[in-house]
Design a protein. Sequence first.
Length: 115
Amino acid sequence: VQLVESGGGLVQPGGSLRLSCVASGFTFSGYAMSWYRQAPGKERELVAFISNFSGSTNYADSVKGRFTISRDNAKNTVYLQMNSLKPEDTAVFYCYTRLGLRPYWGQGTQVTVSS
């Protein structure tokens, strides 16, 4: 199993970024996917979740209305569209899935929101 994130970078407040996570080594369409983030000195937190078949989604209150999670099962990819970014969104963002009881994480991609 491998999860590879990309799309992070430096953006000004109010800007947008789209993160991508390409998955391999398992039947992507059959598993829920999530994005987490970890800011300096803080615990890792769940940002967004998307289910496998129905594609239902859930978001942390802090990102509702600004972030959108989606998936393309044909490309084995999950996305996180982030709009209206704030300095407090600065963090390393991680892609996550769980196969049975075993969790899998990507290597993370840095998002920095600063003027």
